[in-house]
Design a protein. Structure first.
Length: 362
């Protein structure tokens, strides 16, 4: 439950888009970014929803995001395409990359699209799901700001290094897996701080001295823990190799690109999307039916004590989206206060302004 209001998706999209336009984005770009932020909120991934407007505003103000940044092709080798995000919003670069990946996968069977000089993509599952909805398997890797130490260290060198995959289905919702390779996404900790939560779960983060803590005020976003200890770090290292080293983007402590952003707040990193055409395995209908069969096996498996339903990846988010499309999206008082402050700063009507709510009710 939330301690704040419940708002319709349409209101949140309009508000987010207006804010981004006021910050210098083209209306089309703003609408795309807003759509993906609200989609995350609809799916219950609130850490990657509209609360990120605060972060984006800060980064635009510091010159870390160019709201008019243009995506361009750096190199095109058929099944492998290199993009430059131009330090713009990550979402337009991500959508273009996954669409190119689908197009090239259909031509070559498998394709990789890498990008440098890109910024925060939001929830990676939005892109792999897009590939699955187009009948392909999608894999996504992204690195980012140097805020996470290697396992056993206290020197920030990596990001939360998220990874996602998605598979197409026949009758079931697409299978979508989207995780940070740290125990929790950094934005979840920031959201907990914004909400004023007194504690966080054990294993999320350390304090600035690298000591585990559950005190939200002491927990440092620069000292997140890896999920599963060295195992999570090993997968996070893979993400750094795929999204940084192989993508020709910044990685670790290096700055191989021309980004003007340096240090712990550097946001210009990279990503890699890998897309596979399922028709190269077998007829699409057969492939989709086999995925559905596996999902049914999971659903039919014997439940542990106290468990009402066994879920597959992405199922909870799908159900949450269906519910929130009807009931609205809960916005905590802390997030609402942040969004109202942004609205005042950029000169647009507040989220709960009657002019917005009237449109949503209509």
């Amino acid at each position: 439950m939330t301690d704040g209001p419940v708002v319709g998706a349409g209101t949140l999209r309009e508000f987010s888009s207006d804010v981004l336009v006021a910050l210098g984005a083209e209306r089309e770009t703003a609408a795309l970014v807003a759509e993906l932020l609200v989609d995350a909120d609809l799916r219950g991934i609130d850490s990657h929803g509209v609360h990120l407007l605060d972060l984006y505003c800060t980064r635009i103000g510091k010159g870390h995001i160019d709201p008019r940044g243009v995506v361009r092709v750096v190199d095109d080798r058929g099944s492998v395409v290199h993009l430059d995000g131009g330090l713009g919003f990550g979402q337009p670069c991500g959508v273009r990359a996954i669409d190119v990946g689908v197009e090239r996968a259909r031509e070559h069977g498998i394709a990789s699209v890498v990008a440098r000089e890109t910024t925060h993509l939001g929830a990676l599952g939005a892109y792999t799901r897009r590939a699955a909805e187009a009948g392909c398997v999608g894999l996504a890797f992204q690195n980012g700001p140097t805020i996470v130490p290697p396992f056993g260290s206290t020197t920030p060198l990596f990001s939360t290094n998220p990874f996602s995959y998605a598979f197409p289905t026949a009758q079931e919702p697409p299978v979508v897996f989207d995780i940070a390779t740290t125990a929790v996404a950094g934005n979840k900790l920031l959201l907990a701080k914004k909400r004023g939560d007194p504690t966080i779960p054990a294993g999320w983060a350390n304090d600035e001295q690298g000591r585990p803590t559950t005190d939200t005020t002491r927990a440092s976003v620069y000292q997140l823990q890896w999920f599963g200890g060295h195992k999570g770090f090993g997968i996070g290292f893979l993400v750094e190799l795929m999204a940084g080293v192989a993508a020709g983007s910044s990685f670790g402590s290096t700055e191989d690109t021309a980004s003007p952003v340096a240090g712990a707040d550097r946001v210009a990193k990279g990503f890699q999307f890998v897309v596979v055409d399922i028709e190269r395995y077998m007829p699409a209908a057969e492939f989709r039916a086999r995925v559905d069969a596996l999902i049914r096996d999971v659903h039919a498996s014997e439940r542990a004590e106290g468990v009402e339903h066994v879920y597959v990846p992405g199922e909870i988010e799908h159900l949450t989206r269906e519910r929130r499309l009807v009931d609205g999206i809960p916005v905590s008082d802390g997030v609402l206060e942040s969004l109202d402050a942004i609205a005042t700063d950029v000169g647009v009507p507040r989220l709960l302004d009657e002019s917005r709510l009237a449109k949503d009710r209509a």
